[in-house]
Design a protein around this ligand. Structure first.
Ligand code: GTP
Ligand code: MG
Length: 151
């Protein structure tokens, strides 16, 4: 089953939005298979955002991600990578639709509270960067048969 990497950034943690954010993924029907709270080093943040290293905001972004606790998670479900991005909303909260996490809960692009992998390759790389294989839990959630039916 498809998996994606989701992180609640330091602003989301400080604003007490952990439960709110987890709840949106959980209520949708996605399954939490890994979770931890960590303060990433600057070097680790640079690895996570390596694709953006030429951008003018890269240094500030990495300083910010490493400025406090981050809740790192892996969520599993059919279409979770793409639909997870839909739940999150557009990068700039000024452009995110109401009803999305960033649309409802954030105001500026530099403090948009959550990260989600943008495709299958980045999902795989980010899960491997943030988690050891043994930190991912394989289990059956009893609600699955109600979320997916018999097929
Ligand atoms: P992530 O899920 O965090 O990766 O966001 P994204 O995929 O929606 O956007 P992208 O990967 O392009 O940018 C990563 C992060 O950099 C964003 O979430 C923002 O926090 C930050 N960012 C992107 N564009 C800007 C910008 O123009 N200015 C500033 N200050 N930050 C930006
Ligand atoms: Mg991104």
């Amino acid at each position: 089953m498809e998996r994606t990497f989701i992180a609640i950034k330091p602003d989301g943690v400080q604003r007490s939005l952990i439960a709110e954010i987890i709840s949106r993924f959980e209520r949708k029907g996605f399954k939490l298979v890994a979770i931890k709270i960590v303060v990433p080093s600057k070097n680790f943040a640079e690895k996570h955002y390596h694709d953006l290293k030429e951008r003018p905001f890269f240094n500030g972004l990495c300083d910010f991600l490493s400025s406090g606790p981050v809740v790192a998670m892996v969520w599993e479900g059919e279409g979770v990578i793409k639909y997870g991005r839909k739940l999150i909303g557009a990068t700039d909260p000024q452009k995110s639709e109401p009803g999305t996490i960033r649309g409802d809960l954030a105001v500026v692009v530099g403090r948009n509270i959550i990260h989600g992998s943008d495709g299958p390759e980045t999902a795989k790389d980010e899960i491997n960067l943030w988690f050891k294989p043994e930190e991912l839990v394989n289990y059956t959630n009893n609600a699955e048969k109600w979320v997916y039916g018999d097929n």
